[in-house]
Design a protein around this ligand. Structure first.
Ligand SMILES: [Zn+2]
Length: 346
């Protein structure tokens, strides 16, 4: 199996990339929702471009690209909320440099839906880079600032991964079927999150804790405060250990890269990226919790164990809270305010 064939749930993209790897052009746009595997695909595509055997996945070049230690594959992470003009200049400089080892280098530009005013600085180099440079631009969607750059790239679409495919993938990776199903249910079509949850032994306990909330509420502020504090603590610890383990492995790869090639790696950018992932983990976990809580009221509505009017009020209040989360992501305040509105099911 080639490195590209190993990508999960993206048959169409894999087909197009396999063809592209044989006769690559100057720039590609990988477009698709978070967690659809764009980063992994970018690494695999880079391996296919640099590997003397077209990405066999077994040679030393493939190995270094996939582990993130090959000097001719540079993944550029943003260091703030947006891609800055300074960063864009750095990308131009990197693009103009010759490859270290072979005839080609690959620049992977991440989160480019956040390109904002840095886009004009990059247009020319992405349009017409040196013949040895291939750009892979990753974006969740194409905002107006990205449109011109997008029009200069060959576009490869990625889609959210289906539940069955998530389960099958986890099982093939050695997870037992029951844990794989639980992880897939809580992953919202995202393979990265499904993998993280599958390696998290506390997932079932967390689901139960959220599901039990309506039975713990008794109309008092004390019950609300206790439940909110407990849920906040669950959110803060959920999946953190597996994520830290992955971050440690990434930092080790960086150190190796620096000592092997004397590469200048921007550690601040990597730290920022890790902080963002941690933050996103908490948000994902809160969304998962709210969905579980909402399911508890829906179940009570269906089996008649709660007054219908109360259950409907609760379902609406939880939908509103999930929407408010996008605008004002203070989880503790949001949870307290929500739990105060929710009826008890005792
Ligand atoms: Zn290879």
């Amino acid at each position: 199996m080639t490195v590209l064939e190993g990508l999960v749930g993206q048959e169409q993209a894999v087909g197009r990339l396999s063809a592209a790897a044989r006769t690559p052009v100057h720039a590609y746009l990988f477009l698709g929702p978070p967690g659809s595997g764009k980063r992994e695909a970018a690494r695999a595509f880079a391996a296919a471009l640099l590997c003397p055997n077209g990405g066999d996945g077994t040679c030393e070049v493939c190995d270094r690209v996939l582990r993130g230690v090959h000097p001719d594959v540079v993944v550029v992470e943003r260091s703030g909320p947006y891609i800055t003009v300074d960063q864009a200049r750095e990308i131009v400089r990197l693009a103009m440099r010759s490859p270290n080892e072979g005839p080609r280098k690959v620049l992977v530009l991440t989160d480019f839906h956040l390109v904002k005013e840095a886009a004009p600085t990059l247009l020319k180099v992405i349009e017409e880079p040196p013949a040895s440079t291939v750009f892979v631009v990753l974006a969740d969607h194409v905002p107006v600032e990205l449109e011109t750059i997008a029009s200069r790239c060959v576009r490869i679409d990625f889609r959210a991964i289906g539940r069955e495919q998530l389960v099958d993938t986890l099982v093939a990776e050695g997870v037992d079927r029951h844990s794989a199903e639980e992880a897939a249910d809580a992953a919202g079509g995202r393979l990265d999150r499904a993998r993280l949850l599958a390696s998290d032994p506390d997932l079932a306990a967390r689901r139960q804790a959220w599901h039990d909330v309506p039975h713990r509420l008794d109309g008092t502020g004390a019950a609300v405060a206790a439940a909110a504090a407990e849920l906040a603590a669950l959110i803060a610890s959920a999946g953190v250990e597996p994520l830290h383990a992955r971050h440690r492995a990434e930092l080790e790869a960086l150190e190796e890269r620096m000592s092997r090639y004397g590469d200048r790696v921007n550690k601040k950018q990597v730290d920022e990226q890790h902080r963002r992932e941690l933050r996103r983990l908490r948000m994902d976990e809160l969304r998962f919790g709210l969905a579980t809580l909402q399911q508890a009221y829906r179940d009570a509505l269906v089996d008649g164990s709660g007054p219908a009017a109360d259950c409907l009020v609760a379902v609406d209040a939880i939908t509103e809270a999930a929407e408010a989360l996008e605008r004002n992501p203070n989880e503790t305040l949001l949870l307290q305010a929500l739990l105060l509105k929710l009826p008890s099911l005792q």
